[in-house]
Design a protein around this ligand. Structure first.
Ligand SMILES: [Zn+2]
Length: 208
């Protein structure tokens, strides 16, 4: 993703309501009791969290000036952990432009690529489900890109990136996750404005 937007953009206006989540939990529990013969509830709440254009920002500082700044995956981690505590059914995706953009990643990509990529290290610990490949993933060359990709515990996705002369996409084009009985597809493409999240099939009576 290439909008170069604030990494907290997708989060900053989000308000988390314990009441709503408590209510949702109650609805799900009631559904489980009422359905009885099946373990599939008739109502499931799934929260989709997305980050984009993280650009190598982890700590809440401006990496060029070393001054505190309202950015970075560490701050987002706090929000992610809070949501996971309130709502177990979470899909967490990143839309790319991830491993380039700060002196931290420049040093890693150009001077010392031996350790695990810092962004992959943090994103692994946060249990991301997938990451779309952004154009800036290529900034330090394919070797650095493929090393970071191999270190991720989640797939890197792109439905429109091909090796020359090949029919198959270089990356996984999509994933399908089963969350609380609901099959959700994440289909992505480089230079796309948003990743597409599809509810493919619901193993229940309905979906909200
Ligand atoms: Zn970007």
């Amino acid at each position: 993703m290439n909008a170069d937007c604030d990494p907290l953009q997708t989060m900053k206006n989000r308000k988390f309501s314990p009441f709503i989540y408590s209510l949702a939990t109650l609805v799900i529990m009631l559904a489980l009791v009422l359905v009885g013969r099946s373990f599939v509830p008739d109502r499931v709440q799934i929260t989709i969290l997305g980050t984009t254009d993280l650009h190598g920002n982890i700590l809440p500082i401006d990496y060029y000036t070393n001054k505190p700044d309202n950015r970075g995956l560490a701050k987002i981690a706090t929000l992610i952990k809070r949501v996971r505590k309130e709502q177990p059914n979470v899909l967490l995706i990143d839309s790319g432009d991830t491993i380039q953009g700060t002196p931290l990643e420049s040093f890693h990509g150009r001077k010392n690529n031996q350790p695990i990529d810092p962004m992959m290290l943090v994103m692994n610990s946060l249990n991301y489900d997938s990451m779309t490949v952004g154009n800036h993933e290529y900034n330090f060359g394919l070797k650095v890109l493929e090393k970071a990709r191999s270190e991720a515990k989640f797939p890197w996705l792109s439905a429109n990136t091909y090796d020359k002369g090949k029919e198959q996409t270089h990356y996984k084009p999509y994933i399908v996750k089963d969350i609380a009985g609901v099959r959700i597809g994440v289909l992505t493409s480089e230079y796309c404005v948003v990743d597409v999240v599809l509810v493919l099939r619901v193993e229940g009576v309905g979906v909200v």
